[in-house]
Ligand binder design. Structure first.
Ligand SMILES: [Zn+2]
Length: 338
């Protein structure tokens, strides 16, 4: 399948997924021609994938098409969040569209991302959000307190949430594998992650969620397979196992959830607090000890076995856990302490 798409005659192809995969598998060959064909298909999903996978110089026409044709605030937020090279004008355009859609949760998320993560400023956005925050929090908000008010509203509100016991979002057991890899993820906020992982309709979970203050919540037993790093044996799927960047994963003909552990971190860009790094190292030590006790297996501490979600599912997850994720620090600490 991969070879046939790589060598397809693009002039005769009008299928958005095939066009995107052609670019992806050929590292951007014929970028301009294929991007234009992809835009003609009008397929938002793969136009979005195109934008975030390749730094497209004249990205305005692609972005404008998405902004005009998309009415889902969560989707627009994802464009803002994972297309890294947009200029501020383009970012503000996306934020204004999210404003138009009146979804307060995504308005605050988008504004938080722009002001607090990217460290940008825009007076019009500040003025629009100021009123919203004041109505909601019943406190006065000014330029000096803006960042900390956003911070508070984004993170701390949901810290009260707790669920007893483990979630049912898992496969029981390991389908005959000895799990031998740890996959790191980010999810913007702890509260949103926990809610989804205990919601049986979401069909997602991770073994652990680690908050910015270092608090650790275990969601799934290490004996079971969480639903975070799924790969598919179906070549029509965007999580087809042969797409994996990890050569270990692209050579195992089974769902990667069965032989991996997953750790979710509260973060927007992959950077972790010191408390989070210490907690992550602690959790990984627990996993290493568990493998020794249960399977008499020595976990291999290196960057082939401690990887990111984007190494498992590079087509659908480009920014998990993000460029800032401190793999080197974590691996060094584990090696020095083991
Ligand atoms: Zn992930």
């Amino acid at each position: 399948m991969i070879d046939s798409i790589k060598n397809i005659s693009i002039n005769e192809c009008n299928d958005a997924r095939t066009l995107y995969l052609y670019l992806y598998l050929n590292n951007g060959k014929d970028l301009e021609t294929v991007s234009n064909k992809l835009l003609e298909t009008g397929n938002l999903r793969y136009i979005h994938f195109l934008l975030r996978s390749f730094e497209i110089e004249e990205y305005e026409k692609y972005l404008n098409f998405i902004i005009e044709n998309c009415d889902a605030p969560s989707y627009l937020y994802n464009i803002l969040y994972d297309v890294d090279y947009l200029d501020d004008e383009a970012r503000i355009k996306i934020i204004n569209k999210i404003f138009e859609l009146n979804d307060n949760r995504y308005i605050v998320k988008a504004v938080y991302y722009f002001f607090n993560v990217l460290k940008k400023h825009n007076i019009d956005i500040f003025n629009r959000v100021k009123g919203l925050l004041e109505d909601y929090l019943k406190v006065e908000v000014n330029e000096d307190s803006f960042a900390s008010v956003l911070d508070k509203i984004i993170y701390q509100e949901d810290y009260e949430i707790d669920y007893p016991g483990f979630s049912n979002n898992c496969f029981k057991g390991r389908n005959g594998h000895i799990p031998n890899m740890i996959v790191c993820h980010i999810n913007n906020t702890y509260g949103a992650a926990i809610k989804r992982f205990y919601d049986e309709t979401s069909e997602v979970s991770a073994h652990y969620v680690i908050r910015r203050d270092g608090h650790v919540k275990q969601v799934i037993s290490l004996d079971d397979s969480a639903w975070a790093n799924g790969t598919s044996l179906n070549e029509e799927s965007d999580i087809y196992y042969k797409f994996a960047k990890s050569s270990i994963i692209s050579n195992i003909i089974d769902n990667a959830n069965y032989y991996t552990f997953s750790i979710e971190h509260e973060s927007f860009d992959g950077s972790l607090t010191n408390e989070q790094i210490a907690a992550t190292v602690g959790v990984m030590k627990d996993i290493i000890k568990y493998l020794k006790d249960k399977y008499n297996y020595d976990f291999i501490i290196d960057c082939d076995h401690i990887i990111g979600h984007s190494d498992v599912n590079p087509i659908v997850r480009t920014k998990c856990p993000g460029k800032e994720f401190p793999f080197g620090t974590i691996i060094n600490e584990l090696k020095n302490n083991n």
